[in-house]
Write a protein that binds this ligand. Sequence first.
Ligand code: MRU
Length: 379
Amino acid sequence: MENNREELESKAKVLQAADSIMNCETVALDEEKKAVVIIDQTKLPGRTEFLRLESAQEIWDAIYLLKVRGAPAIGVAAAFGIYVLADRMETADYDCFLKEFQKQKEFLDSARPTAVNLSWALNRMESVVLAGQNKSVAELKELLRREAIAIKEEDIRVCRAIGEYGLTLLKPGDGILTHCNAGQLATCKYGTATAPIYLGQERGYHFRVFADETRPLLQGARLTSYELYAAGVDVTLICDNMSAAVMKNGWVNAVLVGCDRVAQNGDVANKIGTSVVAAVAKRYQVPFYVCAPTSTIDMDTPTGVDIRIEERPAEEVTTMWYRERMAPEGVRVFNPAFDVTDNDLIAGIVTEYGIARAPYRESLQEIFRKKKAAAEAKP
Ligand code: MRU
């Protein structure tokens, strides 16, 4: 009886903390104090801490150390970050401003190489400065502020649209498997791979979700299971090496994952282990879908082979999360943060402009044609 009460109390505590986190912004701009404010994702789910990032080094570190992570959230943090840095520049001379802006942009861009949203957002911010040669520095700063806010607002709209398209691929009661965290915490709202799940939850679809824990940094355990549980989704946490068992049991009707960079031919870089899930899904005839905002599709990268894969410190595998080291001192460790899923394993790429299917070179081009037409149709 006593145990039961304790259990219920601790469940209520988790739900309360997680629920309040879902009402917080993953990335925000403190306009008054000129800082980027983030939820420190490395502390979740145990502690909810917010960080105020002001200097270039603080912003760079937060991205590199995954305090803010997930391709779209990284892009928004970089956009706010470069605005905050630009706003503090003292010169009134355009050339000096541009030079300093580009120096800071290059620095932030070096924090992580694989998620294209980082350079995508920074390039978008730079284009504001490049197009504003005839404007004063004060005007440029204001335009940069508006652009950064627009990037964030777009992210919310884009994720919702991905959710609507993604939902057309699913039926009530479906089992869904996801890898890493492509959830609200990786974006500004809804997530990408989780957007269809959240919309389905609102509409009574009663999905059963399996979240891979995602070694070595446990984004699936710490973040995905946390946020879905808080939203009342039926979520079951599994270790990465259990996905085949779950699929073989027939419990999964679709795999939904996010991504960090989609190449022109539809090869997809996402969190390490994603390609294993895709291969297993193919074996058990479970459709494997990638949810990708167009900001993550890089038509300048021909194939997955051309995507630079970030490698991270060995300690993430050998010691992090453990009370004591779990591998012999000195053993060689290979720790790539991402892998590439070959396009032939992918049943569809769900974007905010519809679902691209193989052959991807053509269908992705079509998605960008729709994006251009939509932009041109805007008043
Ligand atoms: O290293 P991370 O945690 O930034 O990796 C994140 C992922 O791989 C996500 O799946 C991806 O960014 C999709 S975010 C909607």
